[in-house]
Write a new protein. Structure first.
Length: 87
């Protein structure tokens, strides 16, 4: 299954660069949230930002639990990406 169809190599290169820029921005967001620089974002690290978006504790905990695939109570980068795309 193809994710997208490109008619020219230039269009393909542009799409790859746009996606790379997005991932770089997501990495920056992740690194800013990872206050203790542990390589994962804890619930405590995420709550202030998510509170500012109007989410309540139960909503935050449910969202994080849904994307915490290894059930360690924190989101690693790949889980964080899924969290953002699903939100």
């Amino acid at each position: 299954m193809r994710l997208f169809s490109c008619t020219t190599p230039l269009l393909f290169i542009v799409l790859v660069l746009v996606n790379a820029c997005r991932i770089d921005r997501v990495r920056q967001m992740f690194d800013e949230l990872d206050v203790d620089k542990s390589g994962s974002v804890s619930l405590a690290e995420m709550k202030p930002t998510l509170y500012s978006l109007g989410l309540a504790d139960d909503e935050i905990e449910s969202l994080v639990a849904r994307h915490d695939k290894n059930r360690d109570g924190e989101l690693q980068f790949d889980e964080f990406v899924q969290f953002l795309w699903a939100s």
